[in-house]
Design a protein around this ligand. Structure first.
Ligand code: SF4
Length: 735
């Protein structure tokens, strides 16, 4: 529309799609061209007796602006073309720095080293890094932020409205729970987050347990104080989640959307809007949505998404309250400078890719009478020269080589400046060896800052490093395969932050499969294959919404069916194997306990079985297609199975153990595996690792099997670097 298109013409698929959108009376807010057209019509009814002095030649202006100016002229306004003024020829300084942070300091130094009343700064886009430097130097902040629809506060409404729909989306609900300001009370959000980590679904055991544990928090002597106002707030949200959420399928009555909006507004009021200004906008958006749906009958899910899009639009620039008064002038675009300054500073002089030009085909251009790409380019170029033309003495360009961790591209105007490479100033050269800082006639004597030295140096004596709490197979494996990881994870207890993602893929399916087996054997020691298959089918269908809700949408029905078949077939094979060996299931997730190195050692066997003579058997279940487990058994390195064996029979380790791989429908075991030898090797490797640590060596693990050949460990195990939470620290500190 901005190029003079009438919103209808044109035969290309793109223009047809745009025409359909234009013709749709949906609740979209008018764009800038729409609004300009309305202004144009209105202008015809007015007469003006004013003077309009143009900054740019009218030929370069976008087509609708030309029409507005033409209309103003017809309505009596005296329109003057830009005046020819004397051009400034400033001295140019191009300062190159590795990133915005180092340049921010230089820019702040320049501003603090002189009088800024005749200084201007151009800052297109985000000023947060510069603001940090300015604030540290006691100079006012610009506080420019780019508009974003992804600000956290703007996520509240869409995520809350997602709770209307089924199937339950665990990932989206987790995002709602983890927002810094969430309508879900903190205590409930914390418990539900944990529940989703355990069972990524809605309405299951973990979900209901979350509520029970909230009640316990507000309880005393086993009774919940339901009159406690804080508990009432939490209970209101729980009741809402239980009775009014995750129910609608594809469409819902408009009143239920309005009720959802009312509930959110009430919850946001509890969050203290005065203190969190961003919430006021969320309330405004929620009220707008209520108005849009008022009087409607039913709303489709897609329709609601479009309404939200239109309301949230391009988002917000966030809290701009921190904008300070400055003694220098600030411009967000070089074309905006309208008077002369002694010095112009151009912050972040890089190509931001902001020029948004669509590539139209010749046919499309034929229906856009105002399309003029050359004029748009000329206008942009003119704005760059405008900065030069208003800098009487100096113009300083700050050029970061990296921004947000990515390489920054040179500003397209850089070539035109004609600054030879040898005259480009490296930021570190602004300060000489005496600490004298100099730029464009301003100077400072920098004080040498003492290097930070902690008042007290602490250290960890290698001899003091020991396991600090109860042991497990995974701790033992971590220590043997990578002492560095063990040190961070088990000794320093450096834990990864609460997971941002709910379990998915093999991890989720493994938990589901475990639960199915646990439930079909609930209260039974043996099952026929037919019973097992029938019960597994029923349990899969029952448990899916609470334990693997991501598979519920229709779009994943084929995958869901395939997984169901895999799981049921695997259960059939597993039960056949159990029955063939005449084994009885004597426990699921059975807790096993022993003492190792003076500490408690705990393990949980997935399925614990015995035969009629009391011989023991443990099956560890995995959702994996990998041949890794077979190899572990073949190489006599299946430490997990040896651990079960030791926990159940610490003298003789006479326990049969196997892995069961669901997707392969395969029991992986080997007759005659010597658990005693493996366990003794593990014990020795454990001692070797501590003796290394006590001599001051904290070894890194070895990831590649082939590199283990030279290992002197009694049990050489590969480290799982690909799944390690400490990989970044490991890489940084390796040397
Ligand atoms: S990345 Fe590998 S070597 Fe490094 S700490 Fe993790 S497991 Fe150990």
């Amino acid at each position: 529309m901005g190029n003079g298109w009438d919103g209808k013409s044109g035969g290309s698929e793109r223009l047809k799609a745009l025409s359909a959108l234009e013709a749709d009376p949906g609740p979209l807010s008018p764009g800038i061209p729409d609004r300009m057209k309305r202004v144009l019509t209105e202008l015809q009814d007015y007469h003006f007796d004013d003077v309009l002095l143009l900054q740019e030649p009218p030929d370069h202006l976008p087509c609708l602006w030309k029409q507005v100016i033409e209309q103003l002229r017809r309505s009596g306004m005296r329109v003057h073309d830009p005046e020819k003024t004397e051009r400034c020829t400033p001295e140019k300084f191009l300062i190159e720095g590795s990133n915005e942070f180092v340049l921010g300091t230089e820019c702040a130094r320049f501003l603090s080293a002189g009088d800024n009343r005749r200084t201007a700064i151009i800052c297109e886009g985000n000023s947060s890094v510069l603001d940090g430097a300015l604030q540290r130097s006691g100079i006012g902040r610009l506080n420019f932020a780019e508009k974003s629809r992804w600000r956290e506060s703007l996520q509240i409404l869409p995520l809350w409205l997602d709770t209307l729909w089924k199937p339950f989306n665990p990932q989206r609900f987790l995002e709602l729970l983890l927002l810094p300001l969430t309508p879900i009370p903190d205590i409930l959000a914390e418990k539900l987050t944990k529940a989703l980590q355990k069972e990524p679904g809605h309405g299951g055991e973990a979900w209901n347990e979350a509520w029970e544990s909230v009640k316990r928090v507000f309880g005393k002597d086993g009774k919940t104080d339901s009159r406690n106002p804080e508990f009432k707030k939490v209970a209101d949200v729980w009741t809402m989640l239980e009775n009014n959420c995750f129910r609608a399928e594809k469409e819902t009555p408009a009143e239920s959307i309005a009720a959802h909006c009312d509930f959110l507004i009430k919850r946001l009021a509890d969050l203290n809007i005065e203190q969190h200004r961003g919430l006021a906008l969320v309330v405004e958006h929620t009220r707008t949505l209520k108005k849009i749906v008022a009087g409607r009958d039913r709303i489709r899910q897609m329709e609601l998404a479009r309404m939200l899009d239109s309301i949230i639009s391009t988002g917000t620039t966030g809290n701009q309250e921190g904008q300070d008064r400055t003694d220098f002038a600030v411009f967000t675009n070089p074309g905006m400078i309208e008077r002369d300054f002694d010095t112009v500073l151009w912050w972040n002089f890089v190509d931001t890719g902001a020029t948004n030009n669509t590539n139209w085909t010749a046919d499309e251009i034929s229906v856009m009478p105002g399309y003029d790409r050359v004029a748009a380019r000329k206008l942009e170029n003119l704005s760059w020269h405008n900065a030069l033309n208003h800098a009487r003495k100096n113009i300083i360009f700050f050029v970061p080589l990296m921004m947000n961790g990515e390489e920054a591209f040179p500003h397209p105007f850089k070539d035109e400046l004609g600054i030879p490479d040898e005259e480009i100033i490296k930021q570190e050269k602004l300060t000489d060896s005496e600490g004298k800082w100099n730029l464009a006639g301003r100077s400072l004597a920098l004080e040498k800052q003492p290097l930070f030295e902690p008042a007290v140096r602490t250290g960890i004596e290698a001899n003091a490093i020991r396991p600090t709490y109860r042991l497990s197979y995974s701790q033992m494996k971590t220590l043997i395969s990578c002492p560095f990881q063990w040190f961070l994870q088990n000794y320093l207890d450096l834990k990864a932050p609460p997971a941002m993602n709910v379990p998915t893929g093999p991890q989720m399916l493994g938990t589901l499969a475990h639960k199915v087996i646990e439930e079909i054997y609930e209260g039974k020691e043996t099952l026929t294959v037919e019973e097992a298959v029938r019960d597994a089918e029923t349990k899969f269908d029952q448990l899916l919404p609470s334990m693997a809700a991501e598979l519920m949408p229709d779009a994943r029905s084929v995958e869901r069916k395939r997984i169901r078949t895999t799981l049921v077939d695997a259960v059939k094979v597993l039960v056949e194997e159990i029955n063939r060996r005449n084994l009885f299931v004597r426990g699921n997730e059975k807790k096993l306990q022993g003492t190792f190195d003076g500490l408690d050692f705990i393990g949980y066997s997935d399925i614990y079985l015995e035969d009629a003579d009391g011989n023991k058997f443990v099956i560890d279940m995995k959702w994996s297609t990998s041949s890794h487990y077979k190899k572990l058994i073949d190489d006599n390195k299946a430490l997990q199975l040896a651990t079960y064996s030791w926990l159940l029979d610490s003298d003789d380790l006479d326990v049969r153990c196997a892995y069961f791989l669901f997707p392969r429908k395969q029991l992986v075991s080997a007759a005659g595996t010597d658990w005693t030898e493996l366990w003794n090797n593990a014990r020795k490797a454990w001692e070797q690792r501590f003796s290394e640590i006590h001599s001051g060596e904290l070894a890194r693990g070895i990831e590649e099997e082939s590199d283990l050949r030279n290992s002197t460990s009694a049990l050489p195990l590969t480290a799982e670097c690909a799944f390690c939470d400490y990989a970044a620290i490991c890489a940084i500190t390796e040397d």
